[in-house]
Ligand binder design. Sequence first.
Ligand code: HEM
Length: 233
Amino acid sequence: MKGVVLRHPLSSRIMHFVNMVCWYILFLTGAAVYFRLVSGAEAAMLMNVHILAGLVLTVTVVSYLLIAPDRVFLFLQEVLNWDRDTLAWWKNFGGYPYRFLKGTKLYKYLERFWFAKPGAPPQSKYNAGQKLLGITVVFSLAVLGLTGWMLFFFRQALGKDGVWLFFNAHVWIAILVTLFVTFVHVPLVVINWPDFVSMFRIGSGTVPVEWAIEHNPKWFERDVVEVVESRKD
Ligand code: HEM
């Protein structure tokens, strides 16, 4: 079958791009100050950049919620829907350990284990790992935004224990999610090249039909409708 399927509409791609840029600015500026890689005027300047990036991200998230509530609803519906195939995916992590290790000496030893078996149960628009990422990102954006702005505006009202709790939640959730995104999400999207291209290329956020059928058969069957381009002959 020829053709393309829309995977990432423009609003989601803008949201993802702004989130990605702001996230890493927030992480690098926050980490530099927290781990005392800078001090004095430099630290104060980086904190100003940190607050500014937090403001841009907050405004973008709130705007996305208001401008594209349909995308937000569909995204939440997708990442929160864990059926039998979603759970089955975790048995062998969708076949990724097999894909990475097959042909190596290590695989000869690991092949008897359930997590190294090939194959993956059919997935919907996101596979089980992407669903976990989606839930993690929604949760962490909410907690980091809330704790960050509370520490900025209401530090006195939080009291000593409140500041300790909010500050540590802010720092450690940011570090854990950044490690997850950097060392799991980014490498996996790069090897799923058509998905990567559809997220970042200038133009439409589409993937080839064959790719969609192979990776996300349940999504293709359930949600994709055929649109034939009209031709003037
Ligand atoms: C260099 C950094 C990054 C790259 C190259 C990248 C790339 C991608 C790509 C290609 C997709 C589409 C594939 C998919 O649906 O899984 C995607 C989706 C997603 N990414 Fe990233 N990403 C990056 C950073 C981040 C960061 C920092 C976050 C959040 C902390 C994030 C959260 C998400 C989420 C929630 C999705 C699913 C949303 C959607 O498909 O609309 N990404 N990313």
